[in-house]
Design a protein around this ligand. Structure first.
Ligand code: SF4
Length: 241
């Protein structure tokens, strides 16, 4: 995807959702950190169901440690890997109290030293709580970046580093939210919903999924330079470069 197309890609996602944010519910940087740790290999919706009653009572590391691992485990038992996650939530809360004056640190190095916190979690916290231009590559972003040709890479780190290079301003801060939401709701894993995709003409993935009830060939007009595709979607044709 060339620079012009990358800009247009994000311009359209921004137009459809000007203020994207995480779908995880949280009260402050600490509860955001806990929610992100709990969300590994789990859906945001399932995490929210567990954390709603938890965060109503617990908003600080001290309160979490006082609650104790057994009760945390009980509250989050509907989430995958709940045993390990309960251990990590208590251990990271103890580390915050001990090493960071009970505050969530604002650097990658410090975040990644906390139990249960990897690069992706650190990127989400840095972006959402500290407004840093980080790219937290999850399964949705990895898929969208490779399918579309936006930032292809064989592993999540390669995709992240590629995004660092190609995403222009003014989209860098919110890019990872737009990509996650696009992957979650339109460019779905099993069957991307290309027929209602706002970036169909910019995406290199083939064949495009046709609208329900139509023949596959109808949607294969999703060519980056296809004026027919853009006009069919009510847009002006792209300038040829
Ligand atoms: S056209 Fe299809 S494959 Fe490409 S980004 Fe849109 S939904 Fe995904």
């Amino acid at each position: 995807m060339n620079r012009e197309h990358v800009f247009e890609f994000f311009r359209r996602l921004a137009e459809e959702n000007p203020s994207p944010t995480t779908e995880l519910e949280y009260e402050n940087p600490y509860t955001l950190l806990v929610a992100v740790v709990l969300s590994a290999q789990a859906t945001d919706a399932s995490v929210n169901i567990a954390t709603r009653p938890l965060f109503a009572r617990v908003k600080t590391p001290e309160r979490m440690v006082a609650l104790g691992e057994a009760k945390v485990r009980d509250v989050i038992k509907t989430i995958g890997l709940f045993n390990t996650k309960a251990k990590n939530v208590i251990a990271l809360s103890q580390a915050l109290i001990r090493d960071h004056d009970s505050q969530v640190p604002g650097t990658r190095e410090e975040l990644e030293k906390l139990p249960g916190v990897g690069r992706k979690t650190a990127n989400v916290v840095l972006n959402t709580a500290f407004h840093q231009e980080t790219f937290a590559v999850d399964t949705h972003i990895f898929r969208v970046c490779n399918r579309t040709g936006l930032a292809p890479g064989k592993d999540v780190l390669k995709v992240e580093l590629r995004l660092e290079k190609v995403v222009p301003q003014p989209f860098r801060l919110n890019a990872h939210h737009w990509l996650i939401l696009h992957g979650r709701y339109i460019c779905k894993a099993r069957k991307p919903e290309c027929w209602r995709c706002p970036v169909i003409d910019l995406c290199r993935y083939k064949p495009k999924t046709p609208p329900p009830g139509t023949k596959p060939s109808v949607a294969r007009t999703g060519n980056p330079r296809s004026s027919a595709t853009r006009i069919a979607k009510g847009r002006k044709p792209l300038l040829q470069s």
